[in-house]
Design a protein around this ligand. Structure first.
Ligand code: UN1
Length: 512
C-alpha cells in the first residue's frame, strides 16, 4: 500500500478502523444508558480518531458492580488452579497479539513501539506469574501450642474489586491489578483512564477469549465523577486499587475511610539518580536519558532528579545535554526516541514547570520548548528538557511534573546525595551509579524508597517483585509480585482441634 498524506493513519499503519466501543458488563459489550460517548484521539495526531467510548454514569457502574457481585460466588468457589489456567490462556493470547496490541497502544497513548511492547510484556509476565499462583496461593501452617490441634492461615478473596487505572501504562497496570485479584477469586469492575480506554478493552477481549466466565471482569469507561466515584462508594466493592495522582488518591482515601474499605494507592514520585565521582559517567548518562525521557517522562518512576557529585558534575551535564539534543521526537510508530505527551493539558503542565524552573533561577541547558511546527502541529509534543544548577528545594526538584523534564542537582558527597535524594515527599524509586560496593550498600540501606537500583536508572521494575513506594507515593501496599495478592485477600486463621476435649489456649498450656 502506498501511503499518502490523505490516507487515514489507521490504514497507513494497519491499525483498527475507528468505531464505537461498548462497556463490557456481564460478558456483553453494551452501550451506556447515558446515550453519550466520548472520542479518543491519537496524542501524536488529533486527526486520527481511535474510536468512541461510552460516557458512562452511575447506573452503568451499579450494573457492572451487580454483575461482578453475582459472578463472585461461582468464581470464588472455582478451584484456584482452574482460575490460574484461564489466566494462563489470557497470557498466551496477549503474547500471540503482542505486536498488534502494542501498535494500538502507541497510537492511543503515544509512547514508542518498543515501550508499548514492553508494556504488553509486563501484562504477559504478570499473567504467567499469577497463573502459577493458582497452584500456590500459599498460606501458612504452624504448630499449635496444644496437643492434637492443627493451625493454619488461608487467604480469602474479598469480593468485587474496583480498579481505577492510569493512562501511562495502559495495559500493564490494569493487568498488575487484575491478575492477582482474579487468581485469588475476586471479581472485577475496572474504570480505565479516559485517555486510554482501548488498551483495557483489548485486555477484556483477551480475558473473554480465554474463557473467563461472564461477570468476572467488567469494564466501564467514563469520567472519575461519573464512574470512579460511584465505584468507590458502592457498598459491594470491597477493595479499591488506584494508580494516579497523590491529590486524587487522597480524595479516594477519604471516601473509603467511613466504611474502612480496603484501599491500595499507587501515586506520585520524584525519583532520583545519584551519580558518584567514581561512577562510569557514560553509563550514568545512558541511564539518565532512559530514566528521564522514556515514556516522555510520564512514569511515576521517571528520573526527574539527577544528583551528581561536584567532581563529575560538569562532565555529566555536558554529555547529557549533547545526548538529549540528539533525541528524535515524533509519532511512536515511526523511528523516533520519544513520543508526545498524552494531552494538551499535560503539555501545559510541562510548560508551566519550565517557566517555574527558569523563574527560580535554574539554567535550562537543553530543550525547554513546546514543539508545534510541521509534523508536530497536530500533536502534544514537548522537547526533552534538562535543567542544570538546580537547588534541592526548587519546585522543579520537589514536585512531580510527569513530562520530559529533568533537574540536575550538584552534591558534595554520598551523604549529601542521600540527604537530597530523600528530601522529597514521595518515596517510589531511587538509584545510584558508583563502582564502590560500599557506597552502593550504604545508599541501598539509607534511601527510603520502595524501589532501589544500583548502576541502573529508576525505571524498569520487573513484575515478580513488589512495586510501590513510601511516604506520599503509597499507603503501605504493594502491587505486582506475590505482594500484589495481599491487596486482594484477607487472612483467615483456622484452628482445628481433634483432641475430643475442650482445650483452652494460653490456659491449659500450663499443664503440658
Ligand atoms: C508507572 O510509572 O506507573 O518500572 C509504572 C517501571 C515500569 C512501570 C512503571 N516497569 O518504570
Amino acid at each position: 500500500m502506498s501511503a499518502t498524506a490523505t490516507t487515514p493513519l489507521h490504514e497507513q499503519y494497519s491499525l483498527r478502523a475507528p468505531r464505537e466501543y461498548g462497556n463490557y458488563i456481564d460478558g456483553e459489550w453494551v452501550k451506556s444508558s447515558s446515550g453519550q460517548t466520548f472520542e479518543n484521539r491519537n496524542p501524536a495526531n488529533s486527526d486520527d480518531l481511535i474510536g468512541t467510548f461510552q460516557e458512562s454514569n452511575s447506573d452503568d457502574t451499579a450494573q457492572a458492580v451487580d454483575a461482578a457481585q453475582r459472578a463472585f460466588e461461582g468464581w470464588r468457589l472455582t478451584p484456584a488452579p482452574k482460575r490460574g489456567e484461564l489466566i494462563y490462556r489470557a497470557a498466551e493470547i496477549l503474547k500471540r497479539d503482542k505486536e498488534k496490541i502494542a501498535r494500538e497502544m502507541t497510537r492511543e497513548m503515544g509512547k514508542v513501539l518498543d515501550e508499548t511492547k514492553g508494556d504488553v510484556q509486563e501484562a504477559i509476565d504478570l499473567a504467567y506469574l499469577m497463573a502459577g499462583e493458582g497452584r500456590r496461593l500459599h498460606g501458612v501452617t504452624t504448630p499449635s501450642e496444644l496437643p492434637n490441634k492443627f493451625n493454619m492461615c488461608v487467604r480469602m478473596p474479598l469480593g468485587v474489586a474496583g480498579l481505577i487505572t492510569p493512562w501511562n501504562f495502559p495495559i500493564a497496570i490494569p493487568a498488575w491489578k487484575s491478575m492477582p485479584a482474579l487468581v485469588a477469586g475476586n471479581t472485577i469492575v475496572i474504570k480505565p483512564a479516559s485517555l486510554t480506554p482501548l488498551s483495557v478493552v483489548m485486555l477484556a477481549e483477551a480475558l473473554a477469549e480465554a474463557g473467563l466466565p461472564k461477570g468476572v471482569f467488567n469494564v466501564v469507561t467514563g469520567g472519575g465523577r461519573e464512574v470512579g466515584e460511584p465505584l468507590i462508594k458502592n457498598p459491594h466493592t470491597k477493595v479499591i486499587s488506584f494508580t494516579g495522582s497523590t491529590e486524587v488518591g487522597r480524595d479516594i482515601s477519604i471516601a473509603c475511610a467511613p466504611t474502612f474499605k480496603r484501599l491500595h494507592l499507587e501515586m506520585g514520585g520524584k525519583n532520583v539518580i545519584m551519580v558518584m565521582d567514581d561512577a562510569d559517567v557514560d553509563l550514568a548518562v545512558d541511564g539518565a536519558l532512559w530514566g528521564a525521557f522514556g515514556t516522555a517522562g510520564q512514569r511515576c518512576t521517571a528520573a526527574s532528579r539527577l544528583v551528581v557529585h561536584k567532581k563529575v558534575y560538569q562532565q555529566f551535564v555536558d554529555k547529557l545535554v549533547g545526548r538529549t539534543k540528539k533525541l528524535k521526537v515524533g509519532f511512536g510508530l515511526d523511528r523516533v526516541d520519544m513520543g508526545p505527551n498524552i494531552s494538551a493539558g499535560q503539555v501545559e503542565t510541562v510548560k508551566k514547570y519550565v517557566k517555574i524552573g527558569r523563574d527560580e533561577g535554574a539554567t535550562c541547558v537543553a530543550g525547554g520548548n513546546e514543539l508545534r511546527d510541521d509534523a508536530y502541529a497536530k500533536g502534544h509534543f514537548h522537547e526533552p528538557t534538562v535543567f542544570a544548577d538546580v537547588k534541592p528545594d526548587m519546585r522543579i526538584a520537589q514536585e512531580e511534573i510527569f513530562g520530559p523534564v529533568t533537574a540536575v542537582i550538584p552534591c558534595e558527597d554520598l551523604e549529601d546525595a542521600i540527604r537530597i535524594g530523600n528530601g522529597v515527599r514521595y518515596g517510589l524509586s531511587s538509584s545510584i551509579y558508583t563502582r564502590d560496593v560500599n557506597k552502593a550498600f550504604v545508599a541501598m540501606r539509607d534511601m527510603y524508597t520502595g524501589i532501589f537500583y544500583v548502576n541502573a536508572p529508576t525505571i524498569g521494575a520487573e513484575t515478580h517483585l513488589p512495586f510501590g513506594g513510601t511516604k506520599e507515593t503509597g499507603n503501605g501496599h504493594r502491587e505486582a509480585g506475590v505482594a500484589g495478592i495481599d491487596v486482594f485477600t484477607e487472612w483467615k486463621s483456622c484452628y482445628i482441634d481433634y483432641s475430643g476435649s475442650l482445650q483452652r489456649a494460653q490456659i491449659d498450656t500450663e499443664e503440658i
